[in-house]
Design a protein around this ligand. Structure first.
Ligand code: WQD
Length: 345
């Protein structure tokens, strides 16, 4: 039987590559488009090493509609899209708002405009808990009020959700599942793919593992004087493989006609709030490796506490996280060790 073809934009990126693996292992045929601005083409080797299947790859920019049109001609019959391709650094978005609005919104608009003419039935959109800002209370449900975005990055996620909803409300012939991620962390258990940020990592876990292996001198914990049990910020750290599996379920749901509404929104998190200091403890406990760190000043713009109530995803998608934080920290460490072994860093 012919495999259903799925387009994954940003598919050589961190979450994208883990999702491509799960899609292939679920029986889908995957086409990736990526401009490699924040990822490396070697990721295709990692995916193939894990699944035995090399995804089709188009190096290109989703903001270029001609590139997309030729992709749909080259790969006809695409039934679903998962849209990861976007710029995603909060701090950078404040320095370069125009780049973020252009990249994140024009790419989405191009995809949405081409879905109808090419018979694409659904799009899974990669959104973020950033849309909730600093929630008035936790855990956060999908009904928690959206707050005014505190960065252009967060605003592009809010606007993207509205664009999708408005186009479908105006009769666009496709469905959408919007997935609001909390904090994706960890790496594939094979250590053949993982998070590989360019330059100095902005996010906690890659900075932590680079410190543990000696690339960075010490980890700065941005503040321990917050109104939390140990004074450090609280997040919902979700294993990237658990997150990837939710995307396969979302694609199945859209294409099997199971979606109850043309647009469905789900929080993807563990439901457990974990502090920065607790995460460091988890890493040290599970790997036996000490992480030199110091308490540093607060980072402007940081949310103090945000974690998910994943009940709707648990019940409606039949999905929940399965991998523990300790196992997730071990996977991040094994990935960092593999990068060293391969001479990459
Ligand atoms: C987590 C916690 C920091 C680095 C952002 C985006 C979100 C998503 C994930 C894209 C905070 C603390 C961090 C460090 C630290 N991005 N920290 N020392 O800010 O929760 O979320 O990245 O999809 O949309 O908003 O993630 O990993 O940067 O920070 O103490 O060197 O770790 O203060 O409390 P964040 P993060």
């Amino acid at each position: 039987m012919e495999k259903t073809r799925i387009l994954v934009t940003g598919g050589t990126g961190y979450i994208g590559s883990h999702t491509v693996v799960e899609l292939q292992q679920a029986g889908y045929e995957v086409v990736i488009i990526d401009n490699l601005s924040n990822s490396n083409i070697d990721v295709l080797d990692g995916i193939e090493a894990i699944t035995g299947m090399r995804p089709a790859f188009v190096e290109g920019d989703v903001t270029n509609i001609e590139t997309l049109k030729s992709l749909f001609d080259t790969y006809p019959g695409i039934k679903g899209i998962i849209n990861f391709a976007a710029s995603k650094a909060v701090g950078e978005s404040i320095e370069k708002p125009s780049l973020y609005y252009r990249n994140n919104l024009v790419s989405l608009l191009n995809l949405l405009d081409l879905m109808g003419p090419n018979g694409v039935e659904g799009i899974v959109f990669s959104s973020s808990c950033t849309v909730y800002g600093e929630p008035d209370r936790n855990p956060v449900t999908e009904e928690t009020p959206i707050k005014t975005a505190t960065s252009p990055y967060g605003n592009t996620k809010q606007i993207s959700e509205e664009i999708i909803t408005d186009m479908i409300r105006s009769g666009a012939p496709f469905k959408s599942v919007i997935l609001r991620y909390f904090n994706p962390v960890g790496a594939h258990p094979s250590a053949l793919i993982g998070e590989l940020p360019n330059g100095v990592p902005q996010n906690l876990v890659p900075y932590l593992t680079q410190t543990a292996i000696g690339i960075r001198k010490e980890l700065s914990v941005f503040g321990n004087d917050y109104d939390t049990p140990d004074g450090s910020c609280i997040r919902d750290f979700i294993n990237v493989v658990d997150l990837a599996k939710a995307h396969v379920i979302a694609v199945n749901r859209m294409l099997d006609g199971k979606s109850e509404q043309p647009v469905e929104i789900f929080n993807l998190g563990t439901g457990d709030g974990v502090s920065v200091l607790q995460l460091i403890e988890s890493f040290e406990r599970s790997t036996g490796v000490k992480v030199p760190y110091r308490i540093a000043p607060r980072r402007p713009g940081d949310i103090v506490k945000v974690w998910a109530d994943p009940t709707r995803a648990n019940k409606v998608l039949g999905w929940k996280t399965e991998i523990s934080l300790d196992d997730t920290m071990r996977s991040a460490w094994n990935w960092q060790l593999k990068l060293r072994e391969r001479g990459i860093m």
